[in-house]
Structures are given as C-alpha cells and as structure tokens.
Design a protein around this ligand. Structure first.
Ligand SMILES: [Zn+2]
Length: 244
C-alpha cells in the first residue's frame, strides 16, 4: 500500500489560510437575508447570502462543474425533529483513483447558526477549486498535482435549522433548531461542565449523538474516514475570540 505523503496536508493548510485571508479582503458582495427583519436585527444583505440562496448557489456551482464536484443530501431525524445536510465532494473525475490512494480532507462550516461567514467561506472555497474565482497571488496550476491527489468533502452548512433561527431574528443563536449545541453533542466529554459552562449556550442534548445533525456528521466521518477534518468557526464580532 502506498504511504500518503504529508505534503498535501501542509500545502492545503496554508492554502486554506490564504483563502480565508483573501476572502476577508474580498470586495465581492453577496446578497440575501430576510427583508422582514427590523433595521436593528437585519443581517447585512450586502455581506451574506440567505441560507437558501447560499445553498442554491452551491448547487448551481456543482451543476456547472460535474467533472469535479458532486452533491448529496443526507437527512436524519428523531422525536419530531429533522435535519438535512448537503455534502459536496471535490474529486477530479479524470484523475479518479480509489479513495485509499488519495489524501482525504473533510471541511465543515456553519456548525453554529450565528457564524454566518463560515458558510460564505465554503462557497468561496468551492468557487476557487472550480476556477470560478481566483486567490490573488496564487497560481492554481502550481497546486495541480496536489489537487489530483486529494478528495475534499465540504459540508457548507452543518446547522441549517439553527441558521434559520438566526435569519428570523435570533441573531445570537448558536444551537440547532431545538436548542442543542452541536459542538457539545458528541460523545467526547459529553456533559462535562467546564468552569465557564453556560447551560443555555452549551446545552449538550439529552444524550451523546441525540441530534440528527451530529448523527449525520458522525456517519460522514465514519464512511469517508478523512486524514484531516477542519471544522471552521468564527467569532461573534471582529477581533473577538470565541470558544468553539
Ligand atoms: Zn462556533
């Protein structure tokens, strides 16, 4: 069995950082939002798509690039609550090899409803990978051989139900559609109360993996078995540091 080089990891890590920096400086305006919100609570429509619009844009992007992208929708539910997560896979068809011979990267965004910018970054990343956008100062040809040897799965919006709550006025909501922090619903240290534990913000749910969103992400990680997984979060305001 061929051993996988760590080069893709380091390269992709720095590529990702460069992309994020470029995104923050990008003059590109996006649109969306809920026009029924009051001026005080309105999400800036010149900065963020609505969730529906953003996922539509991503679906369109996949439709334009079937040679490198495909999309699937995974659904789960229990006790009258349902979740749906879109997963986009970047894999160059003409260079397709068994997954075991490629470096597998999982990138997930939007686990917390209020962290709108992360899902925008997912769209931006996919746009760069398909050549629809460029990163200033970066020649995509220079990473061609690396991209031939990776499979990237992107979850652009892990917590769509929570995001909907944000879009209807609960701008500080981070939890899912029934009040559970998806980042506290995994089995690792489930229910552990740190010194700064906030029972509202960090509600872990009734049991590990009680939430459909967490169940879906567990299935993705089990079936894909990535070499690296980056879950992208953002702060609540510029310059702030926010616990994941
Ligand atoms: Zn977060």
């Amino acid at each position: 069995m061929r051993s996988l080089s760590s080069l893709p990891f380091f390269f992709f890590f720095f590529f990702f950082l460069a992309l994020f920096q470029a995104f923050l400086k990008s003059p590109i305006l996006v649109h969306g939002g809920n026009s029924s919100l009051s001026p005080i609570t309105q999400i800036p429509q010149d900065l963020y798509h609505s969730s529906d619009e953003l996922l539509r844009e991503i679906s369109s992007l996949v439709g334009r690039h079937p040679d490198v992208l495909n999309i699937e929708t995974i659904r789960a539910g229990n006790r009258g609550y349902f979740a749906e997560i879109l997963v986009i896979t970047y894999d160059r068809v003409e260079k397709r090899k068994p997954d075991s011979l490629k470096f597998k990267i999982l990138l997930s965004f939007g686990q917390h409803g209020r962290e709108l910018i992360t899902s925008e970054l997912a769209l931006h990343l996919l746009s760069v990978l398909t050549g629809e956008l460029s990163v200033r100062g970066m020649n995509m040809d220079s990473i061609d051989s690396i991209l031939n040897n990776v499979v990237i799965k992107v979850v652009p919006m892990e917590n769509r139900n929570g995001r909907k709550l944000v879009e209807t006025g609960d701008l500080c909501e981070r939890r899912n559609g029934r009040g559970v922090d998806l980042n506290r619903n995994w089995s690792v240290d489930w229910g552990k109360k740190e010194k700064d534990y906030d029972p509202y913000e960090e509600n872990p749910g009734v049991a590990p993996f009680s939430e459909p969103e967490a169940q879906i992400m567990r299935e993705i990680t089990k079936s894909f078995d990535p070499h690296i997984w980056v879950t992208v979060h953002s702060g609540m305001e510029p310059g702030s540091v926010h616990a994941l």
